[in-house]
Design a protein around this ligand. Sequence first.
Ligand code: AIR
Length: 195
Amino acid sequence: MDVREWKEQRHGRGAGVSRVVPQKTRKMKMAQVAVLMGSSSDLPKIQSCMDTLKKLGVSFEVRVMSAHRTPDVVKEYIGGAASRGIRVIIAAAGGAAHLAGVCASHTILPVIGIPVEGGALNGMDALLATVQMPGGIPVATVGVGSGGATNAALLAIQILALNDAELASRFAADRAARRQKVLDADEAMLKQYSN
Ligand code: AIR
């Protein structure tokens, strides 16, 4: 008897079917980026990541899974990610933040880690846990805070843009807009304080 049969016998028909990989409807666009977070409590702290991916027109899926609380789910999900069309994985966690590192250990897809602020050490723990990977299993770690979450999305986009000219031009336009915003702020400051 395999695990699926055992689960079905114990919990009823369908119980052995994995819910780790979502059943896609025909309308759903294949996700290129997976955004994983260790807890739903991380969501408001990494919202800028999803906002940035959406703004630049990148398809993504967002999941909650924990390297410590649901390690089996992480392993199964990451194991099937590349064959489902995922090209970059973004993993966010706080505290003893091992999610990005564990993801990287189960795939050869590029993994970007977002250390999430909060808790007793306010993100310093997550930063060190995410960035200090042993040689051979890289995690591209961004900064703690909303800027880090934005940068995780932009870095994923830069990776995808290597093979997508339209995305590359949207990325270049976004960067130009960020530059213009600084120039405008400088001009406004100059006007306000020059005498
Ligand atoms: N976390 C969850 N599993 C492993 C880790 N490191 C992190 C979450 C969250 C923090 O623990 O990513 O930042 C607190 O989670 P919770 O669910 O207690 O709010």
